[in-house]
Ligand binder design. Structure first.
Ligand SMILES: C[S@@+](CC[C@H](N)C(=O)[O-])C[C@H]1O[C@@H](n2cnc3c(N)ncnc32)[C@H](O)[C@@H]1O
Length: 409
């Protein structure tokens, strides 16, 4: 057993002492003892706690691996997340205005991926434990929307019906406007009797759709996801923003940056989280790598009333980014890439005169790298809005506004 002083938090939310030694669930300034081996720190005990330490609001926090940061007060977590973005930018010598962070409330996550294992007596459902493969039941989780939390009963029924004894099911449950949309992987291959059982579970639990592997085995009605004035049916398991609250904050910010643009190009558009609300005032060209998501966006737009033109294009933006001549018609560009960022696309964007860019990011490091390319091209980073829709996790999201060199006063 050795004593350590924690000096900072790492990007995964672990305390770090000199070495570096990673000390989970500790905070900067804390004096702790631990046994450290190649496998990591064991028996971590707090000798002198930080004054930012609080009792975790969720009773499952110690054992469940879902949350990383319930042991620090809310302001500490908020400041830490903003600093992650600030430091990532500073590494490229960039500074800007940071707006006050927007944090989603408890019980607002619209999606959860549960693990569900068949047991001798029935089934065990929950999240994976902290740094382990065991399944921890989480009946009182304070992260999830109540309907998603209640979906654990569905996961239990699904494991009893279709999990092998060796492999746990991954059960992704998403709250749609009209009920739960459930997508399962790692289940037994479906045969006739299993398909019948799954259809019965879909009916009994009032699910809107049940997908088993790649197959939609039952759909009582198309899942409805409201986006602005449109309603979209996302493909099973498709990307959606984590909370309605966070989505609204991101959309407000994107709208503000785009302003009165008449033509907008929305890159990495998904099912239209930004494209469809923006189409209330602008013609939008939406580009995305997943054809099923593009079809969902297009269908949502076709049935909506009062929207301007929305065109869609399925395209791999890493390999085939939009070229300057294709971007030239845009008054504003929105981009919301996956964690890798948008290196290839930004290399083209920086050669254009598009007046405004709204960059939505789930990875401060790749965002800062791309922001530096825009800044080197003369673009002004107007502000950053950090949005925390992954409350109590180490995850950080943001929207940033950029103005083109020729638009600057
Ligand atoms: C963070 S999500 C954003 C989706 C959408 N803007 C939203 O807010 O719902 C990133 C999107 O990029 C898409 N994507 C990932 N890699 C891509 C690529 N190489 N080319 C185009 N789109 C890609 C994903 O399918 C996903 O829809």
């Amino acid at each position: 057993m050795t004593e350590y002083t924690v000096t900072r938090l790492g990007l995964q939310g672990d305390g770090i002492a000199e070495g570096p030694v990673f000390l989970p669930l500790t905070l900067p300034g804390e004096r702790v003892s631990a046994t450290v081996s190649e496998g990591g720190a064991q028996d971590v005990r707090i000798i002198r706690p930080s004054d930012r330490r609080v009792s975790a609001p969720c009773r499952h926090f110690r054992s469940c691996g879902g949350c990383q940061l319930q042991h620090a007060d809310d302001q500490f977590v908020a400041d830490w997340k903003v600093d992650i973005v600030r430091n990532a930018l500073q590494a490229h010598r960039l500074e800007t205005e940071f707006r006050p962070i927007v944090t989603s409330p408890a019980r607002s996550r619209r999606r959860a991926g549960f693990a569900a294992r068949r047991t001798k007596k029935g089934a065990m459902v929950g999240f994976h434990g902290r740094a382990s493969d065991t399944i921890v039941p989480i009946p009182d989780c304070i992260l999830l929307e109540p309907s998603v939390l209640a979906g654990q009963r569905v996961a239990e029924a699904l494991a009893i019906a279709g999990a092998s004894r060796k492999t746990a099911l991954s059960v992704m449950i998403t709250a749609m406007e009209n009920g739960l949309d459930v997508a399962v992987t790692h289940g037994k291959p479906p045969d006739g009797p299993l398909r019948q059982q799954l259809a019965l579970i879909c009916d009994t639990h009032g699910l809107v759709r049940l997908t088993w592997g790649d197959e939609v085995v039952a759909m009582r009605e198309p899942p409805r996801h409201g986006v602005g004035r449109a309603v979209v049916t996302p493909p099973p398991g498709a990307f959606l923003q984590a909370t309605a609250h966070g989505e609204a904050a991101l959309t407000d910010c994107v709208r503000e940056i785009v302003g009165d643009a008449g033509t907008v190009i929305d890159l990495f558009a998904g099912c239209g989280t930004f494209a469809l609300p923006l189409a209330e005032t602008a013609a939008v060209h939406a580009v995305e790598g997943d054809a099923a998501m593009m079809n969902a966006l297009d269908a949502g737009w076709r049935f909506a009333e009062g929207l301007k033109a929305v065109t869609t294009e399925t395209r791999d933006l890493f390999r085939r980014p939009l070229m300057p001549d294709e971007l030239a018609k845009a008054d504003a560009v929105v981009l919301d890439p996956p964690r890798a960022g948008a290196e290839a696309q930004v290399a083209e964007l920086v050669q254009t005169k598009v007046p405004k860019i709204a960059y939505v990011s789930c990875n401060p490091v790749s965002f800062a790298r791309d922001a530096a390319v825009l800044a080197a091209g003369g673009w002004q980073l107007d502000f950053v809005q950090v949005v925390d829709q992954f409350r109590w996790s180490a995850h950080t999201e943001l929207v940033a506004g950029f103005t083109a060199p020729h638009m600057r006063a």
